[in-house]
Design a protein around this ligand. Structure first.
Ligand code: CAO
Length: 538
């Protein structure tokens, strides 16, 4: 064991530069080329890579220090004193250059096995592609499938794996070289004579990238301090040490991304540019799902195919809009739901008595038409339900018209066409409009202007079932009435139980606009109006 003093290499300037990141700590076992520190001037940032592998025993600098060429960075405990001179700047010691200059038959090991060439395999293109990383050096013992080099086109980056294990006896390429199929990459001395012939080349492992602008070439050179312009960017530094090149660090700072949150897919978990873009894309999609900038973490996607057969089905346009609106309303509105039951025994008797006229007119009056009328009257009685809150939090709009939306279930999703001036319309007119909306709604024929201008919404599940539910307020309205299925129940008159028919009502309201006492008064009024329609005339 020997201790090497690692110093700041030639960084292309005689000025002092700032240490913006110390990427290692005492006790870390590092590999050659691991980033030790990141330096930054007001114009550029640069990685200083380790010139050799070893264990960090002492740190001589800290973040914020101003340092220059020749200053001590750290002490490294290395295997033997024959390691590269500690004062050799990393920039002047790109391992590949030395290796490329070495004779191919350099006796790097005692094995008598034959030396075999490893060439660029079929990479799916006849064009020359750039080497962005060389993962091996002379003397390395590598296993079959270990990455030798990483190639990069504008569409993909790919690792070329070793066809067999053995000792690297020469490296023929450097970072930045352009190579194509058949070019010699390295030579290895096979672990055994019986190993598979090296020309049986495994396919390169490709990672498809988005066709986005290339990072500066300097950023790809991981062996020398790389300098890229960072003029004008906001200084956002990783919250913990990460492996990433200067171009990726620069881009992260420009985008305001903490690289510590990005998972690196490169060698030794090095963060590549595509890792950063994938991270940003994912983050950009998240706010759409939470709406209104609520900052609530999105529910992450899962691979459900692990549990059984699945299909990915695109949601329809109406379904997507409904989802966005429901989320917005649910997150923005403090909801409270008031429950009540309306005794509709007499009303149902009256409605049934109208059946001959319904047949004659060809218009069926469902209980919903009476509910619309009762709610229209209630909005007159309680105008504080006929408002919309303004975004400034200081004003509200008081409406002097009564338009009532009806939630209609259609094959494409939920729509809410509006009965305009419901307070001025007869039960027959309201019933006709409901039937028309239901029929045209299911054919997708409701126009968008027919779904605008509502003051209050009724969502009736009375034809379907249920005893109560909590509807979501249809903003900018401040209340919605949920209607469930009529039930015949025993009612105590004071002397005896008699069967009566009740409609369950669920009034959800925006508690910023309406208080609980008003809600109780509102539902009580609706119940009384349904129990005796003459009240509406008062
Ligand atoms: N109790 C018992 N029966 C009821 C009832 C109630 N509260 N309300 C309606 N019914 C009956 C009707 O009288 C009709 O009976 P007949 O077939 O014997 O005549 C039957 O239920 C079906 O009514 P309908 O649904 O055709 O008519 P409607 O006027 O009650 O409702 C419409 C029309 C368009 C609102 C409705 O079809 C619909 O789409 N409802 C779904 C609304 C929805 O999805 N809401 C949830 C939104 S998410 O909050």
């Amino acid at each position: 064991m020997a201790t090497e003093i690692i110093k700041v290499p030639d960084i292309g300037t005689s000025d002092k530069v700032t240490v913006v990141e110390v990427s290692v700590k005492v006790g870390d076992v590092i590999a050659e080329d691991d980033t030790l520190i990141v330096l930054e001037t007001d114009k550029a940032s640069m990685d200083v890579p380790a010139p050799m592998a070893g264990k960090v025993t002492k740190l001589k600098i800290a973040e914020g220090d101003e340092i220059g060429e020749g200053d001590e960075i750290l002490y490294l405990e290395v295997e033997s004193a024959s390691a590269a001179p500690a004062t050799t700047p990393a920039a002047e010691k790109p391992a590949e250059k030395e290796q490329a200059a070495q004779p191919e038959t350099k006796p790097a090991a005692t094995s008598s096995s034959a030396v075999k060439p490893v060439q660029v395999p079929d990479i799916g293109t006849s064009d020359a592609v750039e080497i962005i990383e060389v993962h091996v050096k002379v003397g390395d013992m590598i296993a079959a499938d270990d990455a030798i080099v990483t190639l990069e086109t504008d569409k993909a980056s790919m690792e070329v794996p070793a066809p067999e294990g053995g000792e690297v006896v020469s490296v023929k390429v450097n970072v930045g070289d352009s190579v194509s199929q058949g070019d010699l990459l390295i030579e290895i001395r096979g672990a055994s004579e019986g190993a598979a012939p090296v020309d049986e080349k495994p396919a390169p492992v490709a990672a498809v990238k988005d066709p986005e602008p290339e990072v500066p070439a300097a950023a790809k050179d991981v062996h020398a301090p790389s300098i890229v312009s960072s003029e004008g960017d906001e200084l956002i530094r990783p919250s913990k040490p990460v492996h990433a090149g200067p171009a990726v660090r620069l881009l992260a700072r420009e985008l305001g991304v903490d690289l510590a949150q990005v998972r690196g897919s490169g060698p030794r978990e090095r963060i590549l540019k595509e890792d950063l873009t994938a991270f940003v894309k994912k983050k950009m999609r998240e706010p759409e799902r939470v709406s209104a900038g609520a900052g609530i973490p999105a529910v992450p996607d899962q691979d459900f195919s692990k549990f059984g057969s699945v299909d990915i089905v695109e949601m329809g346009r109406i379904q997507q809009l409904t989802a966005a609106n429901m989320t917005r309303n649910w997150l923005n509105i403090p909801h409270v739901t008031q429950f009540d039951e309306a005794d509709v025994t007499e009303l149902e008797n009256f409605r049934n008595s109208l059946k001959p006229q319904m047949e004659k007119r060809g218009v069926k009056i469902s209980p919903l038409a009476f509910l619309v009328k009762a709610c229209a009257a209630a909005l007159h009685e309680f105008p504080n339900f006929n408002v919309s809150l303004m975004a400034d939090g200081k004003h509200m709009v008081q409406k002097h018209y009564v338009n009532i939306g009806i939630a209609v279930d259609t094959p494409n999703g939920l729509i809410v066409p509006v009965i305009k001036d419901a307070d001025k319309k007869s039960i027959w007119q309201i019933a006709e409009e409901i039937i028309d909306f239901a029929q045209r709604g299911r054919k997708g024929q409701i126009k968008s202007n027919e779904m605008q201008g509502g003051c209050f919404t009724i969502s009736s599940l009375g034809g379907l079932g249920g005893t109560a539910f909590t509807p979501i307020v249809n903003a900018p309205e401040v209340a919605i009435l949920g209607v469930s299925k009529n039930q015949v129940k025993p009612f105590w008159t004071g002397k005896e139980f008699v069967p009566r028919t009740f409609t369950p009502l669920s009034l959800s309201y925006d508690h910023r606009a309406v208080n609980g006492a008003d809600a109780a008064k509102f539902t009580t009024y609706v119940c009384e109006a349904l129990a005796d329609l003459r009240r509406i005339l008062l």
